[in-house]
Design a protein. Structure first.
Length: 382
């Protein structure tokens, strides 16, 4: 079996599995907010995880807020900055057409509550148009309440110019949130150098358990609690912390940091994989090929061949991929992300996303290449 959908969700990494085995059989259990010694021990470990995560993510431990994952974090950030309605005539949200559904839905919600959503154009290579963004900021000077543009796209793997966007926001005193869910754990990240005001991630995207995540906030005081509870997480997020999930997330992040050196090799293997497919199928299209991309991601299309048919044929070979993102994988139409890139339906309906682990090797890519080749040749004969 080959699992090639790491952008959707990563399997629990071996280090987390081993940690969890020991934790379940030998660990202490308690409410981390309790005043007795067992509770204090859990809280001590939780804060140790916070410091470890902060070290790896390039921020202060006081800037990390634990939660259930990126979708909650996105809702929390939008709520904190926008829920009281426009202030000082700032009623503009600037975003892009390539955002994850969690950001899209948040924008749609606040568009019904006195805000106007403006979208930055996307170039055909999947990178947002920085010049158009600058023009929007200048045209709406003094009116922008929030900029929300992701760091790396979950479908294409294309990395966005978030530092340049952040600098422009900083110069114009605009809060900048970047959805880093697909970026963190797949390439090196330093929040203090990112020019972001807010970032998020989910544990299950980096080899940890589903149900844990973080908000990174440059100024946590801007966050407003959207969950009634006992004042946990410095009063910013109520509810007893998922301490086992947090511990496993910290282990997963430690593991990723130790494997950072493998990213260059992963990129070389990915590029060689794509070249071999192009040699066999000259009409194949690599989405975002000439743009900076995450080393683990390939979004490919052979015009005229259905991506869902390829997905089904690969699954018959015990190879698991998706046709876009997990949030829209059941839809046969071209995704909104690809439409924003002006990708035609002939290409868009044929896409297959292959996303592998950080330590993927030549043999793994070779097996995926053979499976994809077989699928294209078989479907092409029908």
């Amino acid at each position: 079996m080959i699992y090639a959908d790491y952008n959707g969700s990563t399997p629990i990494c071996n280090e987390v599995i081993e940690y969890l085995k020991n934790r379940i059989t030998e660990g202490v259990y308690s409410n981390p907010n309790a005043s007795h010694s067992m509770g204090k021990k859990i809280m001590f470990n939780l804060e140790k995880c916070r410091r470890s995560m902060a070290k790896h993510l390039g921020c202060k431990s006081s800037q990390i807020i634990f939660n259930s994952g990126a979708s909650e974090g996105i809702s929390h950030i939008f709520y904190s900055l926008l829920n009281c309605g426009p202030k000082n005539n700032k009623n503009i949200i600037i975003t892009s057409g390539i955002e994850h559904a969690a950001v899209v839905r948040a924008c749609e919600h606040y568009a019904k509550n006195s805000y106007v959503v403006l979208k930055v154009n996307t170039n055909t290579n999947g990178v947002v148009d920085l010049e158009h963004f600058q023009n929007l900021v200048q045209d709406q000077k003094g009116k922008v309440a929030l900029v929300s543009i992701m760091a790396a796209n979950n479908e294409t793997g294309v990395v966005q110019p978030f530092k340049e966007i952040g600098k422009i926001c900083q110069e114009n005193e605009i809060p900048f949130f970047s959805d880093t869910t697909q970026y963190i754990g797949k390439t090196e990240f330093n929040f203090s150098e990112s020019f972001m005001d807010f970032a998020v991630t989910s544990s299950h995207k980096i080899g940890g358990l589903i149900g844990s995540g973080v908000i990174i906030a440059k100024n946590p005081k801007l966050l407003k609690s959207h969950t009634f509870g006992g004042g946990q997480e410095f009063g910013y997020r109520g509810g007893t912390q998922n301490y086992i999930g947090i511990e496993c997330m910290s282990v997963a992040m430690d593991t990723f940091q130790k494997n950072l050196s493998s990213l260059a090799n992963l990129r070389a293997l990915r590029d060689d994989f794509e070249k071999k497919l192009k040699d066999k199928f000259p009409k194949i299209i690599i989405i975002g090929e000439d743009a900076p991309r995450l080393a683990s991601t390939s979004l490919i299309s052979l015009p005229g061949i259905s991506g869902q048919a390829v997905q089904a044929e690969l699954e018959a070979q015990d190879v698991y991929v998706t046709t876009s993102s997990a949030c829209s994988d059941s839809e046969a139409d071209t995704s909104k992300v690809l439409k924003s890139m002006n990708i035609t339906d002939e290409v868009g309906r044929g896409v297959v996303r292959i996303s592998l682990c950080t330590n993927a090797n030549e043999d793994l890519y070779s097996r995926v290449e053979k499976a994809v080749t077989h699928a294209y040749e078989k479907i092409g004969k029908k």
